[in-house]
Write a protein of this length. Structure first.
Length: 484
């Protein structure tokens, strides 16, 4: 088996690597092949951020967890690690601010935090950032000893330092040589025209998107892939297209960009988006990957079901492209079983624009606020006229073998007043509509209780003058007020 050559730009020079197995992670390649041991391995599951690197250049650069990212997905790209930042002998503002604010103790987490701050510094283009922006930037990083205040202080002080004297730049003399983008050992097709026939030919090849689910199968279950088709370079699947009545989001659009596009017309999605994993996972993971993986506790599906989204499935059959639209709630058959045929790919997620009288309530309950998976996720999308429920859709996660639509509860409220009496009827129905299981995240009884309580929270939010949002509890600022 001749594996395609992998070329990546690191420390301002191109490295060419042979015989890199399709399931080798970028972290292993960095540490073991390139000896870039500044990048650490903590959890190997995307949770701690010790392995954070920045992938790509310019506006396409973003932080990712290298422990669950496949090495071949970095082919032709620049990979920046913490020690690159001070390659010219001067610490980068992200590093100097960490030093000056005593933001490192044992230091194990530090390279990962530095890379998250570097990513933030680049996005802010050297300008000041707020505490909220700093918190969002480090939402995928864990520190066990320093505590987060000094790290946040460092993040907010980066702009005060002189800009890096020599910005990291691609060497202009060398570029990654071409490799066959259709080599099925690790294919990197760039168009649907390449992707769909390739899928038809290699129906057993693993479809790789951001790898934030699949990477864990490698690091936790030691799975190998004989053939991989990586869809992240397919230009059509990276697009977000606005139409008069809907937005079409390509399957390879990152969770971060997809939620940002939805939040443009639906501000309620903004806070909900921040509850999805941490920033590097949101930047690497794709909307298509979340939907296709079909985890019963995935977060985008309850939202998309409530918004009335459809998925567009495409295949190459008899020399031409065929496609079909499927309502998202009909896409799932059973636990991780979907209607997707072996030669099909999920290519688009189509989301209708909001109606003028739409009210959207998105709730995610998890053990931790940041970077945690849902115990229960409930999204209620109602069209209300003077407290009268004209139409509604309810998407739920964490209560069945698949993400689900609460059709029985919808029927209780549709066409009725959104009154206390009807709410009670709907709560009773919702708590009986599904049979959740008990697991490490929550007991079945707790999940049922949550369903009723979340519906009540939506009712209270609708009827109260104040808005009930966990995100508005500024615990951090309260703490600071109490300090002398
Ligand atoms: C630390 C951490 C925190 C997380 N937190 C959350 C969270 O809060 N909420 C949540 O919902 N998820 C969470 N996840 C799960 C994961 O990030 C998401 O499911 C993500 O959207 C997966 O997208 P991906 O591009 O990484 O998919 P991949 O891992 O590349 O693929 C996932 C699966 O989908 C298939 N697939 C991907 N794209 C397509 C396509 N276009 N057509 C057909 N099949 C396809 C792949 O073959 C694979 O089986 C978390 C993961 C980690 C590691
Ligand atoms: S090693 Fe913990 S996120 Fe990668
Ligand atoms: S400094 Fe020790 S884990 Fe963060």
């Amino acid at each position: 088996m001749t594996l395609p050559k992998l070329e990546l730009l690191h420390r301002n020079r191109w490295h060419t690597l042979s015989n890199v197995p399709p399931a080798r992670t970028l972290l292993d390649l960095l540490r073991e092949d390139l000896r870039a041991t500044d990048t650490k391995e903590g959890c190997a599951s995307g949770d701690c951020g010790a392995c954070t690197v920045v992938l790509g250049t310019g506006e396409h650069a973003h932080s990712v967890n290298s422990c669950i990212r496949m090495a071949h997905s970095a082919h032709g790209l620049q990979v920046t690690t913490a020690s690159d930042l001070s390659a010219n002998g001067q610490l980068h503002p992200a590093q100097q601010a960490m030093v000056d604010h005593h933001a490192s103790q044992c230091g194990f987490c530090t390279p990962g935090f530095v890379m998250s701050l570097y990513d933030l510094y680049n996005r802010a283009q050297g300008h000041a950032v707020s505490r909220e922006e700093a918190m969002e930037a480090i939402s995928g990083n864990l520190c066990r000893c320093t505590g987060y205040r000094p790290i946040l202080d460092a993040a907010m002080a980066m702009h005060l330092y002189p800009p890096p004297s020599k910005p990291l730049a691609l060497p202009t003399t060398t570029t990654a040589s071409q490799r066959d983008p259709l080599d099925p050992h690790y294919a990197l097709p760039t168009s649907l025209q390449q992707l769909l026939p390739l899928r038809a030919r290699f129906a057993n090849a693993h479809i790789m998107a951001g790898g934030t689910d699949a990477g864990l199968w490698v690091t936790q279950q030691h799975r190998q892939f004989d053939q991989v088709i990586d869809i992240t370079r397919v230009s059509e699947l990276q697009r977000i297209e606005q139409y008069p009545h809907h937005v079409a989001i390509g399957a390879a659009v990152s969770i971060h960009d997809a939620f940002a596009a939805l939040a443009e017309r639906r501000p309620a999605v903004h806070d909900f988006a921040h509850r999805f994993a941490g920033r590097p996972v949101r930047q690497s993971g794709t909307l298509g990957g979340n939907v296709a993986n079909g985890s019963p506790i995935g977060d985008s599906m309850p939202l998309l079901i409530a918004l009335g989204a459809q998925v567009v499935l495409m295949a190459w059959r008899k020399g031409r492209v065929v496609h079909r639209h499927v309502a998202l709630e009909d896409y799932y058959l059973n636990y991780r079983k979907t209607v997707l045929a072996p030669d099909e790919l999920l290519c688009w997620i189509v989301v209708p624009h909001p109606q003028p009288d739409e009210q959207l309530h998105c709730f995610k309950v998890s053990k931790r606020v940041e970077d945690d998976i849902s115990s229960v996720c409930l999204v209620l999308n109602m069209q209300l006229q003077h407290h009268h429920v004209r139409e509604l859709r309810i998407g739920v996660g964490g209560v069945a073998a698949t993400p689900v639509r609460a059709v029985q509860t919808e029927a209780v409220l549709r066409g009725q007043d959104f009154s206390q009496a009807n709410l009670t009827l709907a709560q009773t129905c919702l708590m009986q509509e599904f049979q959740p299981i008990s697991d490490m995240r929550a007991s079945a009884a707790y999940r049922r209780k949550l369903l009723g309580n979340l519906l009540q929270r939506a009712w209270l939010a609708h009827h109260s003058t104040g808005v009930l949002r966990l995100e508005d509890l500024a615990v951090d600022s309260l703490e600071r007020k109490e300090l002398p």
